[in-house]
Ligand binder design. Structure first.
Ligand code: PGA
Length: 250
């Protein structure tokens, strides 16, 4: 059965000390209605947050990025095996901020996914359409194209280590949330596309998260949609009580 997941993406926010207090507060909160809580923290925070999460099997550590190369002369990059040594279990790949602000294309995303999976790190693969595509009602074709370019080369065994996060770009950090029905429709479309490309059992087992202005006040309604298996949360993940409430919204 697929898992109910609440993932917090801290982006480029918090000092190490603030990150540790946030993680510590979450360890003390009742987040048990989710199967898995994932904290996507800045590279500088990984070791300290890993320590704060010690023995919290329910809360997993994630990085927000990794290199598409295994090792070498790539100044400033962080490799998949470095993340393993920092006790990272998951990594974000394909976030719209990486795609648009840092020009990450499908070839690079495929490289990053391959690197993560090769060392046993699970991937939270993000996709989603910009506003003009939604307005032109071309969002399903756009998302299918992303799946085909970035993900559908993977084997069934590899896909078992991928979580999908649908994040319509127009809803990220804007306060504009997709309606529960819009989220459900796209999640059902993504699941049907997985069934089409692979098989129904694989599609049924994949967790598909919704991201884009998820808050404590709207999480329950969004998460209650049959094909929504949780959320990838930005802004509201920076406030311990708000994120704890989201984690308890299943
Ligand atoms: P938001 O960000 O919750 O602040 O909209 C979501 C994300 O970018 O993952």
């Amino acid at each position: 059965m697929r898992k109910k997941i609440a993932a917090g993406n801290w982006k480029m926010h918090t000092t190490i000390e603030e990150g540790v207090s946030l993680a510590t507060a979450l360890c003390q909160a009742d987040t048990a209605s989710s199967d898995r809580v994932i904290l996507c923290v800045p590279f500088t925070h990984l070791a300290a947050v890993a320590k704060a999460l010690d023995r919290q099997a329910h809360i997993a550590l994630a990085a927000q990025n990794l290199s598409s190369q295994a090792q070498g002369a790539y100044t400033g990059e962080v490799s998949a095996s470095m993340l393993v040594s920092a006790k990272v279990e998951f990594v974000l790949v394909g976030h719209s901020e990486r795609r648009t602000l840092f020009n990450e294309d499908s070839a690079m995303l495929r490289g990053k996914i391959a690197q993560a999976l090769s060392v046993g790190i699970k991937v939270i693969y993000c996709l989603g359409e910009p506003l003009e595509i939604r307005q032109a009602e071309a969002h399903e074709a756009f998302v299918l194209d992303q799946l085909q370019n970035d993900l559908f080369h993977l084997s069934e065994a590899d896909l078992a280590n991928v979580v999908i996060a649908y994040e319509p770009i127009w809803a990220i950090g804007t306060g504009l949330t997709a309606s529960p029905q819009q989220a459900q429709d796209m999640h059902a479309f993504i699941r049907a596309s997985l069934a089409n490309q692979y098989n129904q059992a694989l599609a049924n087992d994949m967790s598909i998260l919704y991201g884009g202005s998820v808050k404590a006040g709207n999480a329950r309604e969004i998460f209650s949609q049959p094909d929504v298996d949780g959320g990838l949360v930005g802004g509201a993940a920076l406030v311990a009580e708000d994120f704890a409430a989201i984690c308890a919204s299943f």
